[in-house]
Design a protein around this ligand. Structure first.
Ligand SMILES: *Cc1c(COP(=O)(O)O)cnc(C)c1O
Length: 430
């Protein structure tokens, strides 16, 4: 018989195995080789049989050459920052794939000359927000604010309410971002109340603009008041409105959430927003506003350092023009249908011996949008220990643990993914 370790196939023989060779064509030889070597090591350690090395290497291969794993978001948080914010629509994914090679992003095929970069995405946004005289796109909303400060307030003052000095996340704060751009912040009012007169008293020859920031990740309730864009626009200096979440028009389920169209109609000179929150698109910073101001932003030297790539432009245009993005579907989902899906899944799991039941749940927008808004939802309730097992599965499923149970909230799971979710739970053996 001899030592079984001598039966472990050699590396080049394994790399020539048809399925592993095919995987090397898409993932690259180095990645496949490291999976092969790891499987050989497991066989040497006696963890697997020498005959199973090829199978083990195949099972350990990642789905793509990127280490980013696709996961099922069952947290009930629609825009989950740690899970990459908005998932892209089918239309956006197709557009990204098509634009991945050489593409006419900055080229006019009719004339053979250079053309305006990203004109399709800009036109789509302009069509969606007809009140904007100009549109520009940068890397994210923080970049949009930076560009406003650099262009309109270098060495000058930005007037802002003390109730709107927002920390975005991960320790990054909007006031510090603006100060880093060389602007001085002129804070007015108090945390809970700021009046138009507070702003008016702070204006002077040094004023660059008045900034309204949507407190998108917290709520101040009780004895509060704030000055609206329309009142501030009457003060005679430009009002820049950071609306945060990227709604282009009002959404009926989110009455308190600002949108670009309403902000412009109220008199904002510029509106800034994120592309990957409620708009449901790729990471991007959207700028809408008066044509001359937008043109000045676009021509600022730093604009070149903030510009987006062709993949973002492709995804953004397709998000606005194409099939509705998952965030929109999640926002518009009918709670009764969510409950039906939860019951179907829980029944199917119970038949397989899993301790599963359907429960009502409350989902949230998350990711800096509609703070405090509760979206009625439904979930599959499982033992708490499932949370860890599900994260370790393929695909990983991320739920939330609440009152000692692991909840898989269906408002953030696309209906087409219910089958995958069922199999993932059944397989994880919890
Ligand atoms: C999310 C958010 C930001 C930051 O946007 P990014 O696109 O992540 O840079 C800025 N302001 C507000 C009000 C936000 O909600």
């Amino acid at each position: 018989m001899g030592d079984p370790r001598r039966r472990i196939p050699r590396t080049d023989a394994l790399l020539a195995e048809p399925r592993l060779a095919k995987a090397a064509d898409t993932l690259g030889r180095a990645l496949v080789k490291s999976a092969v070597v790891a499987a050989q090591d497991r066989a040497r350690a006696g963890e697997i049989a020498p005959e199973d090395v090829a199978e083990a290497a195949l099972a350990a291969l990642p789905p793509t050459a990127s280490s980013l794993r696709p996961v099922v978001n069952a947290t009930g948080v629609l825009v989950h920052t740690n899970l990459g914010r908005a998932p892209l629509s089918a239309a956006a994914l197709d557009a990204v794939r098509a634009a991945g090679g050489a593409t006419d992003v900055e080229f006019d095929l009719a004339t053979g000359q250079r053309a305006r970069r990203g004109r399709g995405a800009l036109a789509a946004l302009a069509d969606a927000v007809p009140d904007a005289g100009g549109v520009h796109v940068v890397n994210n909303n923080a970049a949009a604010l930076l560009l406003c400060a650099l262009t309109l307030a270098p060495g000058r003052e930005i007037v802002i309410s003390r109730g709107e000095l927002v920390e975005i996340g991960d320790g990054f704060r909007i006031p510090e971002l603006l100060a880093a751009a060389g602007a001085r912040l002129r804070e007015v009012g108090t945390t809970n109340r700021t009046r138009v007169a507070d702003y008016a008293g702070a204006l002077g020859p040094d004023t660059g603009f008045v900034l309204k920031v949507h407190p998108s990740n917290f709520r101040v309730t009780g004895f509060t008041s704030e000055a609206g864009i329309a009142e501030l626009a009457g003060l005679g200096v430009p009002v820049v409105a950071d609306i945060g979440s990227g709604l282009l028009c009002p959404h009926p389920a989110l009455p308190g959430e600002p949108d670009a169209t309403s902000a412009l109609r109220a008199g904002a000179a510029l509106v800034t927003a994120s592309g990957d929150k409620l708009l449901g698109g790729p990471q991007a910073g959207l700028l809408f506003g008066e044509r001359d101001l937008v043109e000045r932003l676009r021509r600022h030297p730093v604009a070149r350092a903030l510009r987006v790539d062709k993949l973002t432009l492709a995804a953004l245009e397709a998000t606005v023009r194409g099939t509705p993005p998952p965030v929109r579907a999640a926002l518009d989902a009918d709670p009764a249908r969510l409950r039906e899906r939860a019951e179907l899944l829980a029944d199917a799991l119970a038949r397989r011996g899993v301790d599963a039941s359907a429960v009502d749940s409350v989902a949230a927008v998350g990711g800096g949008g509609a703070p405090g808004v509760e979206l009625p939802s439904a979930a599959v309730s499982l033992p708490a220990r499932c949370a860890e097992a599900l994260r370790a599965g393929t695909p990983p499923v991320v739920g939330r643990v609440e009152h000692g149970r692991c909840l898989l909230d269906l408002r953030t799971v696309e209906e087409d993914d219910d089958g995958r979710l069922l199999e993932a739970v059944a397989r994880c053996g919890c």
